[in-house]
Design a protein around this ligand. Structure first.
Ligand code: GDP
Ligand code: IMO
Ligand code: MG
Length: 424
């Protein structure tokens, strides 16, 4: 019996999907607790690539119960697209459940996401434009539509009319956009509700009972620590809590259930969207990492910004998440790059060097990364099966990351396939 959390320690896309898929082979339940289809989690198995956005990455195992918790925001149209895509590949979704409390992304949320980004001009956040922020805004304003409403036509009609009228006013009168035909929206969403109805169940109860029965549970984080609404690079963040603590709130279980917290990092750093990125490489090495690592967004296809491993941000993640271990993916991408740099601290304009990630953007602006140079490697490591098989320079790189981040590295990814993992 164990309840394990897997979360991102950087700015997302660390390979959480891959790690969850690997660990799900030993789990009976996989739970998503926050975020929405802004996430893009890739699983590669037997040469086939699956891109998941809302459905937990445990879905490839037919006997694994996959749960979408109350803290998730769910776009029913996209969700149904994902269901259909899995069905067409012969994957069953019979073991999938959605909490009735989860909030629904309505079409005006997506429109408002786009309009507010446009309005911000060059101060935009670079969101995925999936309506995530506006949906969480309504949730906290207490005017949101939940999955329970979606599957009850009378409630949906009532709530969608009330909130939809206000949204239309904002869209047309504030932004000069086009109003939604509310009757049409309601008609369309009633149909989505019919598809979703059989999947609705109380995820808090299901998770609690599974734990009581001694089953192994994996909580699948989406986004990442530096995108957390409070502990990330605000305002260049997402609108949820992708931290380990967010898992309990987003599922409806107590923190004492959690036995193990794994943070996933890349052996370097990437970011999509805008916002600070101290170790960003705007040069040939950055381009090489992007090309070799295939660093293009799973959800939006945008090229990811790339840079050296930043031990300051990962140490920040170790602290705010209480990590028990790190999984370092994409070590293979660093082969052939020459010497490798790792950021070990930030130097401020007064000459002092800090080790803790600054709480504000203003504080961060005053910081320049301090690098340590480590020996690189040229070998192809993609078929290495255990740590000792790795070139000595690779082993030293990982050991140094452990020291700097103050957390042991329990897994090392050497390729995208579920078999390309070294466990320690
Ligand atoms: P997630 O959002 O954290 O689940 O990560 P994404 O799926 O968005 O992005 C990670 C990308 O890296 C995907 O294309 C994965 O297939 C790939 N990947 C994961 N681990 C490794 C690894 O160890 N090596 C290589 N080369 N690719 C990896
Ligand atoms: P996974 O789970 C990387 C980023 C967006 C943008 C910011 C806010 O695949 O790691 P939002 O649409 O959430 O309002 O956008 O957050 N972002 C991600 N970046 N991986 C993700 O998810 C992300 N989800 C959101 O690019 O900068
Ligand atoms: Mg991703």
């Amino acid at each position: 019996m164990s309840a394990n959390i897997v979360i991102g320690t950087q700015w997302g896309d660390e390979g959480k999907g891959k790690i969850i898929d690997i660990l799900a082979s030993r789990a009976e339940v996989v739970v998503r607790s926050q975020g929405g289809n802004n996430a893009g989690h890739t699983v590669v198995s037997n040469g086939k690539t699956y891109k998941l956005h809302l459905i937990p990455s445990g879905i490839l195992y037919p006997n694994t119960l996959c749960l979408i918790g109350a803290g998730v925001v769910l776009d029913p149209k996209d969700f149904i697209g994902e269901l259909n895509s899995l069905h067409s590949k012969g994957i069953s979704t019979d073991n999938l459940k959605i909490d009735p409390r989860a909030h629904v992304v309505m079409p005006w949320h997506i429109t408002l996401d786009g309009l507010s980004e446009e309005f911000r001009g060059n101060m935009d956040i670079g969101t995925t434009k999936r309506g995530i922020g506006p949906t969480y805004m309504d949730k906290y304003e207490r005017c949101g539509i939940r999955v329970y409403d979606l599957v009850n036509p009378k409630l949906l009609k009532e709530k969608a009319l009330a909130t939809g009228k206000l949204k239309n006013k904002i869209i047309t009168e504030v932004y000069g956009g086009e109003a939604f035909d509310l009757d049409k929206v309601i008609e369309e969403y009633i149909e989505y509700g019919k598809v979703l109805a059989p999947y609705v169940d109380d995820v808090s109860v299901l998770t609690y009972d599974a734990n009581k029965e001694g089953k192994t549970i994996m909580f699948e984080g989406a986004q990442a620590t530096l995108l957390d609404i409070d502990f990330g690079t605000y305002p260049y963040v997402t609108s949820s809590h992708p931290l380990s603590a967010g898992v309990c709130v987003g599922t409806g279980v107590g923190p004492k259930m959690i036995t193990n917290i794994i943070g996933v990092a890349k052996a370097y750093t990437t970011r999509v969207g805008k916002g600070p990125f101290p170790t960003e490489l705007d040069d040939e090495i950055g381009n090489t990492i992007r090309e070799k690592g295939g660093e293009f967004g799973t959800t939006t296809g945008r090229p990811r910004r790339t840079g050296w491993f930043d031990a300051v941000i990962v140490r920040h993640s170790v602290r705010v998440n209480g990590l028990d271990g790190l999984a370092i993916n994409k070590l293979d991408t660093l082969s052939g790059l020459g010497n490798l740099k790792v950021c070990v601290g930030y130097k401020k304009s007064d000459g002092s060097v800090i080790k803790n990630f600054p709480p504000t953007l203003e504080g961060l602006e005053d910081c320049k990364p301090v690098y340590e140079t480590l020996e690189g490697f040229n070998e192809d490591i993609s078929s290495c099966k255990n740590f000792e098989e790795l070139p000595v320079a690779c082993q030293n790189y990982i050991r140094r990351l452990e020291e700097l981040c103050e957390c042991k590295v329990c897994m090392v990814g050497v390729g995208p396939d579920r078999t390309q993992i070294i466990e320690r």
